[in-house]
Design a protein around this ligand. Sequence first.
Ligand code: MN
Length: 293
Amino acid sequence: MSTTITTQKKVLGTYGPGSTHWVGDGFPVRNLFPSNGVQLEVSPFLMLDYAGPQYFKPAAQPRGVGEHPHRGFETVTIAYQGSVGHRDSAGNAGVIYPGDVQWMTAASGVLHEEMHEAEFTKNGGIFEMIQLWVNLPAADKMSKPQYQAITKEQIPTVSFPGGGHARIIAGALHEAKGAARTFTALNVWDLELKAGEQVDLPVPEGHNTAVVLRKGDVSVNETGKLSGEARIAVLGREGDTLTLKATTDSHLVLLSGEPINEPVASYGPFVMNTREEIMQAVDDFKSGRFGQL
Ligand code: MN
């Protein structure tokens, strides 16, 4: 029998949303970073909005966010309840249904719209999703836009002995390889834990790490308490494991990644490395060089 020495990652802090606002008229979000001041600690992740859960009445016109640009990073949309229809200037269009993930690499630039899907708009219902922004290394910021439409069937699941599970959206856990291709080493795991369940999760040394609570009651390495809804625990880079213990059924997302140690210059939907590149992005957008929907 061999003994493996592991070190728990240290919990640096726990936070609630630093901002609660609407994105367009379709996404009532609680922002879990960077509005609460956590930024360097979560690189390569730039932003996380938790939308809903919120009930929408049946409507005639789809709600959402109309045409807008992105450049220099990736947007990752994880749908839990309700469906999002999208179309973009690269000619892609589709629907993100509950359980599905859209991993869009905006890179050199896309224009897109994100709206409640037609049937959901007509029938109404509970809407719940996460949108995560993932930075790109400087070398890939101006690469060709692409997107991965990942259905829930394509996402590998790791079952835990206590009855919970992890959906491996990106990265790897044990033998399960994530569904999404990524530019840098990172993990995005969608977790469900049962009341009373405890899991030890290997997370690479050197990765910035965060645990997002959608709903439930969980301790992270004993010291970090996440309770209620829309909370985040941020952990240090050192160490290679963390322990989650749930006292009620809990829904979480684990994020970890190698930090991208490059300057960040951002302005709204543009995230580049320098101010000049931001000015270029604004100019390109205003001049119509992002194409057309
Ligand atoms: Mn967008």
